[in-house]
Design a protein around this ligand. Structure first.
Ligand code: 13P
Ligand code: SF4
Length: 325
């Protein structure tokens, strides 16, 4: 069968129908001393063959520790860029370069630079869901796992800019009780779309269910939630609680690990406003396939590069974050 994988930057010739991709990926990985890192939102078959599956924070911490010639990153571009910044001597492969992030896209460099220059006394805190250029303008980065600790690490009298997520930013502003925080008006197209009405309908059908939500969700969804946390924190909550039913307001890929970790419980994906679309799935995260991973490892393409001077600047706020948590 001929396969054309345009996003890899080359056209691949032959992948026999009979090729067992998981076995071939394992063989190439061994041969090339590569490591596969995957985010919880990745397709189930991708998570199944990864060496590390985690949230953004755990994956960055892992990248900082690893010393491998090749990191195959099953995730989105900002995550692969963060890995490259933290492990500059590794070749970082992203199986599909189109794996972007709507939240990172909602914070353009020129507009943000101008905003920052208008508030020179503010400490700039950016969520890792940003480009390396935005990180280079930042004092410190954060993830949804550590945003409270990161903001609390800045003395209370110092004003803060938080970017790019308006929902996470407003949530952290409430939790830290910080009045002097300006929040950039960006959002994730997946988390911004969960329907309060349809979550309430689900709750009526499953009155015992706990509602759990990622802090990138809109405030009305967060106010309904019994628990708000990063992907790793949501996962831990479902394991620690006695409850058996959970309505899960985050990207539906997290259900793979929830079911693997505790298959006897019932996880119900929260629905988006538009009942006709699978909007609770991140189309960028779902671009990874076993075939693209196989080709990526085989040809060592496409590689994520961060220009060294930019990487040096972007590394500072990431390392500052890693020293806080
Ligand atoms: P976590 O940091 O919770 O893994 O989330 C990453 C992300 O992209 C959320 O949309
Ligand atoms: Fe970005 Fe949203 Fe996808 Fe997370 S779910 S990677 S924030 S687009």
């Amino acid at each position: 069968m001929n396969s054309t994988v345009e996003t890899l930057g080359y056209v691949d010739a032959e992948i026999p129908e009979t090729l067992n991709l998981a076995v071939e990926i394992a063989r190439l990985k061994e041969q090339k001393q590569a490591v596969i890192m995957a985010h919880y939102y990745q397709p189930a078959e991708v998570q199944a063959i990864a060496d590390f599956v985690g949230d953004s924070l755990a994956l960055s911490q892992q990248a900082a520790r690893l010393d491998r010639p090749i990191i195959l990153f099953a995730g989105v571009r900002f995550m692969a860029e963060t890995a490259k910044i933290l492990a500059p001597s590794s070749k970082v492969l992203l199986p599909d370069l189109n794996a972007g992030c709507s939240l990172a896209d909602s914070c353009g460099y020129d507009a943000f630079k101008q905003f920052v220059s208008q508030h020179p006394d503010h400490k700039v805190v950016t969520y890792v869901n940003t480009t390396a250029e935005i990180k280079s303008l930042s004092y410190i980065c954060c993830t949804s796992s550590n945003a409270v600790q990161v903001v609390d690490s800045i003395p209370a009298h110092e004003p803060v800019i938080f970017a790019p997520d308006r929902n996470l930013g407003s949530y952290i502003k409430r939790l830290t009780n910080r009045q002097n925080m300006l929040v950039w008006d960006g959002a994730c197209h997946v988390h911004d779309q969960f329907s309060v009405q349809r979550i309430l309908e689900l709750k009526q059908q499953h009155p015992q269910a706990k509602i759990i939500a990622h802090p990138e969700c809109k405030q009305p969804v967060l106010l309904l939630a019994d628990f708000v946390g990063s992907t790793a924190q949501l996962l831990a909550y479902t394991q620690q609680q006695q409850a058996t039913d959970f309505i899960v307001a985050t990207e539906a890929g997290i259900l793979t690990e929830m079911m693997r970790a505790n298959p006897s419980k019932n996880y119900i994906p929260a629905p988006p406003d538009d009942s006709t679309c699978a909007c609770n799935e991140c189309s960028y995260m779902k671009l990874t396939t076993l075939k693209k991973m196989y080709l990526s490892l085989k040809y060592e393409l496409p590689e994520v590069e961060v220009e060294p001077d930019l990487a040096r600047l972007a590394r500072v706020p990431i390392e500052r974050m890693l020293s806080v948590v």
